[in-house]
Design a protein around this ligand. Structure first.
Ligand SMILES: [Zn+2]
Length: 736
C-alpha cells in the first residue's frame, strides 16, 4: 500500500525506533553514541506534549543527576517535539545501573498537576531515555486571591469530620483546554480507617471545586492461595520473633470491631506460648473478630513485600497498615478492598468482610499491595478520574489500565497463576474475578473502565512473561514502569519495555530472539499504534467500542440515558481514541472516505433504548479538544466528564454513518502531507461497536489503475464512497 508512510508524522518515529532496535544487535553501540544528533534522529513526534523517546545517548553530563536531567531537557526538549515549559527536579530512583530523575512542570513557580518528565541516565550520566507528559500554553494567573489558611478552613468545613492530623495545603495548576486553573489542594486525614481526603479549592474564587475520598481502587482482585484452590500451609511470619501481636517493621494488622454503634480497631491475633499464631479459618459464616483474617493478611503482604525488596531492591520507610473485617455497620457486609498511602508514604490496605472475607484471598491483598508499587514507581493516576477517565483529548484509558493491570500482574506473577481472586469471584458465581491468560488488545477491547482495560495490560505483559521467562520479564516490566510519566499511553509503556529489554540484552540477560518475541506481543496486542491518537492508513480499519450512556447503567440504573442528557451540554462520549489520517504526497487524491461501521454492540445489561445522537469532528494538524466538566457542582460527585467540543475545524452532525472529505473543499481543503484528526462524539444510549475504515479516492483516472490503494480486499472503496455521498445529502455541516 502506498500510504504506509502516512503514519510518519504521528507514530512512526517511535515505531521505527523500536523496529530499528529490534532488528539490529547494535543497541550497545547506540548507547555508546554520545552524539546529540541521535535525539533528532529519533524524534518521536510528540502528541500534545506526551512523548516517550529512546535510542540515543546524550552526554555525559556533569553535576548531579538532577542537573543532568534538567540540562538534557533544556537542550533537547524541543527536539523531542515537547513544548518549552519550566521544569524542576522532584525525585530520583534507580533500576540496574540507571538513574531516573523525575522532573515536575511548574507554571510561574506553581507545580502543574500530572505534568512532568522522567529522564533516564546511564552509569556515565548520559541521558538515554525520556518520557514526558507536559502541558503547553498555560496562561492562568499564578497569584492566588485567597490565602492558604482560607483554603484549609473551607476544606475542613466541607469535610465536617474530626481530623487526626493537621490539614496541609499546596497551590497547584490544574491543566485544561483553557489555559489552566489555579487551585489549592488540601489534604485531610479524618479519624477513619485508611481515610485520606483531598479538597480542591479554586485559588481565585475561593470556591470548593471538589472533595474526594482518596481511598482508591475499589474492588480487589488478584490472589493465589485461598480456601478454594489451596489448603492451609505452615509459614514463618517475618519479623515477629517474641512479639505478641501482628506488628512489625513490615506490617501492622488490625481488625475492625463494632461495639454497638462504636467502632474500634483491635488486634485479635495473639501469639501463643511458643510465640506462634495458629488460628483456624472459618469461611462458612461471617466472622467479625477473626484472628485468622489478621494472620492471613499479614502473611500475604509481608511475603510479597519481601519479594519486592529481594528481587527488585524496592524499599519502604515504614510498615504497611492493614485493616481486616472492614464494613460500614456492625452486621453489614463489605465486598471491597482499598489501597491508600498515608502522609508518610506508607501503604494502608483495608480489606472488607463481605459475602466472603476478602482477607482470605491472597490475590485481593496482593493486588492492593501492587497498587502501592505502581504508585511508588510512577505517578500514574495523578489527575485522571477513576475508573473512567476523560481529559481534554477525550477518553484516556491507558493510565488507569496500567494501574489496575499492573496490580493484577504483580499478584499473578508472584503467585505464578494468571487467575485473579478465585475466592472473591466465587462469591458472585465466577471462577475468578479476572484472568491474565487472555487475548485482549487495543483498541478492540477497550471499554473505558480501569479493571476491564487493565486486562489488556495485564494480559499483554503476562504474554511477555510467557515469551521470555519469569524473572527477566518481571525485572524489565518493573524497570519500565519506573520510567513512565504520569499518564502513559500503551505506546509509551511498550516502548519503555523495549528499552529495558534492550538494556537487559546488552547485559547478556536476553537474546535478540527474546526482544523479537516481546515486540511481536506488543504488535499483536495493538500497543505500538495506541498513543493518544491512532493513525489509520488507506485501506486499513480499526475497530472497538463507541461508548454510550449504557456505560453508566451499572452506576445509576435505567435512568442513565435521561441523566446523560439532563444538564446543559449533556454528557459527551467520544471514541476510545481520536483517529487520524495523513494526506499522501506521492499520489494525488480527490477525497478521503471514512466509514464508521457502527452497529449496536451486544453487551449484557444494557438499557433498551436505541437512541443515537452523535457528530463527526475533524481538526487539521492537532488533536480535537473537549470541554471538561466536573460533576461535583451538580451532584456532589468528584468526576470529570465531557460536555462540549472546543477545538475543531469541521463538524458534521445528524449521526453520519460515513463521511466523504473532498480535497478541494473551499472551506477545509485537505493539504498533502498534513495530518487530520477525527473523532465521533455524542450522547448515544447504547454502546456501539465501530469498524472505522479510511479510503483514499484517487484523483481522475490514473495511468496505472492497478496502483490504486483502494483494492485491498476489504469492502469496495466505491461502495464506501457512495455511502459517503448519500450521507452527505442529509448532512448539516458547521465549520469554525
Ligand atoms: Zn485495583
Amino acid at each position: 500500500m502506498s500510504i504506509a508512510s502516512s503514519a510518519t508524522l504521528t507514530l512512526a518515529g517511535l515505531v521505527l525506533c523500536h523496529a530499528a532496535q529490534a532488528a539490529t544487535p547494535a543497541v550497545p553501540s547506540a548507547l555508546e553514541d554520545s552524539s546529540p544528533r541521535a535525539v533528532e534522529l529519533s524524534r518521536p513526534g510528540a502528541q500534545q506534549g506526551s512523548v516517550l523517546a529512546r535510542g540515543f545517548a546524550v552526554g555525559p553530563y556533569a553535576g548531579t543527576p538532577e542537573q543532568a536531567a534538567l540540562a538534557f531537557m533544556d537542550q533537547h526538549g524541543a527536539g523531542l517535539g515537547l513544548p518549552p515549559v519550566a521544569l524542576e527536579a522532584a525525585r530520583s530512583s534507580t533500576w540496574r545501573d540507571r538513574t531516573r530523575v523525575h522532573l515536575r512542570q511548574i507554571h510561574d513557580g506553581v507545580p502543574v498537576a500530572g505534568a512532568g518528565a522522567v529522564i533516564s541516565l546511564d552509569d556515565a550520566q548520559r541521558a538515554v531515555m525520556a518520557s514526558a507528559q507536559l502541558v503547553p500554553d498555560l496562561s492562568v494567573d499564578s497569584l492566588p486571591a485567597i490565602s492558604l489558611e482560607g483554603a484549609i478552613t473551607t476544606a475542613t468545613q466541607a469535610l465536617a469530620l474530626p481530623l487526626v492530623a493537621p490539614a496541609r495545603a499546596q497551590l497547584w495548576v490544574l491543566p485544561d483546554a483553557r489555559g489552566g486553573r489555579l487551585v489549592y489542594r488540601v489534604q485531610l486525614w479524618p479519624d477513619q480507617p485508611g481515610a485520606h481526603w483531598r479538597a480542591t479549592i479554586d485559588a481565585h474564587s475561593g470556591q470548593l471545586v471538589t472533595l474526594r475520598d482518596m481511598r482508591q481502587s475499589a474492588m480487589a482482585q488478584v490472589y493465589e492461595h485461598n480456601p478454594i484452590n489451596s489448603g492451609l500451609v505452615d509459614v514463618e511470619l517475618p519479623e515477629l520473633d517474641g512479639v505478641d501481636y501482628l506488628m512489625s517493621e513490615m506490617a501492622v494488622v488490625h481488625t475492625m470491631v463494632y461495639d454497638g454503634a462504636n467502632v474500634a480497631l483491635s488486634q485479635t491475633a495473639v501469639a501463643d506460648e511458643q510465640g506462634d499464631f495458629f488460628y483456624e479459618p472459618d469461611d462458612e459464616i461471617d466472622i467479625y473478630d477473626d484472628p485468622f483474617a489478621e494472620v492471613n493478611a499479614y502473611w500475604h503482604v509481608t511475603d510479597i513485600k519481601q519479594w519486592f525488596a529481594d528481587d527488585h531492591g524496592h524499599s519502604w520507610g515504614g510498615p504497611v497498615g492493614l485493616t481486616v473485617n472492614y464494613r460500614d455497620s456492625a452486621n453489614g457486609r463489605y465486598d471491597n478492598a482499598y489501597f491508600s498511602k498515608d502522609f508518610a508514604g506508607d501503604y494502608t490496605i483495608v480489606l472488607g468482610q463481605g459475602t466472603i472475607d476478602l482477607a482470605y484471598d491472597a490475590d485481593v491483598i496482593q493486588h492492593e499491595f501492587g497498587h502501592g508499587i505502581v504508585d511508588d514507581l510512577c505517578d500514574i493516576n495523578a489527575e485522571l478520574d477513576y475508573p473512567i477517565s476523560f481529559d481534554q483529548y477525550g477518553l484516556h484509558s491507558a493510565a488507569h489500565a496500567v494501574n489496575e493491570g499492573m496490580a493484577d500482574y504483580w499478584s499473578s506473577t508472584f503467585q505464578g497463576d494468571s487467575k485473579s481472586a478465585e475466592y472473591f469471584g466465587s462469591a458472585f458465581g465466577y471462577d475468578a474475578l479476572r484472568d491474565l491468560d487472555n487475548d485482549r488488545k487495543t483498541p478492540d477491547d477497550l471499554l473505558g473502565e480501569a479493571h476491564e482495560d487493565g486486562m489488556i495490560v495485564g494480559g499483554t505483559l503476562w504474554a511477555v512473561r510467557e515469551a521470555v521467562g519469569v524473572p527477566i520479564a518481571d525485572d524489565i516490566i518493573y524497570g519500565a514502569l519506573s520510567s513512565l510519566s504520569s499518564a502513559p499511553t500503551f505506546l509509551e509503556y511498550a516502548t519503555a519495555v523495549d528499552e529495558h529489554a534492550a538494556v537487559a540484552m546488552a547485559d547478556g540477560d536476553l537474546t535478540q530472539a527474546d526482544l523479537d518475541a516481546i515486540t511481536a506481543v506488543f504488535e499483536e496486542r495493538g500497543w505500538y499504534k495506541s498513543g493518544r491518537a491512532i493513525s489509520i492508513a488507506d485501506g486499513e480499519m480499526e475497530q472497538g467500542l463507541f461508548l454510550g450512556a449504557d456505560l453508566l447503567a451499572g452506576y445509576v440504573g435505567s435512568s442513565a440515558c435521561t441523566l446523560a442528557r439532563s444538564f446543559d451540554g449533556g454528557l459527551l462520549f467520544p471514541l476510545p481514541f481520536q483517529f487520524s489520517f495523513t494526506v499522501p504526497t506521492d499520489v494525488e487524491i480527490e477525497a478521503v472516505n471514512i466509514d464508521f461501521g457502527l452497529e449496536k454492540a451486544t453487551i449484557p445489561n444494557i438499557i433498551d433504548d436505541d437512541d443515537l445522537v452523535y457528530s463527526f469532528y475533524l481538526r487539521r494538524g492537532e488533536m480535537i479538544t473537549f470541554q471538561e466538566y466536573n460533576l461535583y457542582d451538580l451532584i456532589g460527585m468528584d468526576f470529570t466528564i465531557l460536555t462540549d467540543v472546543i477545538d475543531f475545524d469541521l463538524m458534521i452532525d445528524d449521526e453520519p454513518e460515513s463521511v466523504r472529505l473532498e480535497v478541494d473543499d473551499p472551506d477545509l481543503p485537505l493539504v498533502p502531507g498534513e495530518t487530520y484528526y477525527f473523532d465521533l462524539a455524542g450522547m448515544n444510549c447504547p454502546i456501539m461497536s465501530f469498524a472505522i475504515a479510511v479510503d483514499f479516492e484517487l484523483a481522475e483516472i490514473e495511468e496505472e489503475p492497478k496502483s490504486c490503494g483502494c483494492s485491498s480486499g476489504r469492502a469496495a472503496g466505491s461502495a464506501l464512497g457512495l455511502l459517503g455521498m448519500l450521507g452527505l445529502l442529509g448532512l448539516a455541516r458547521r465549520r469554525r
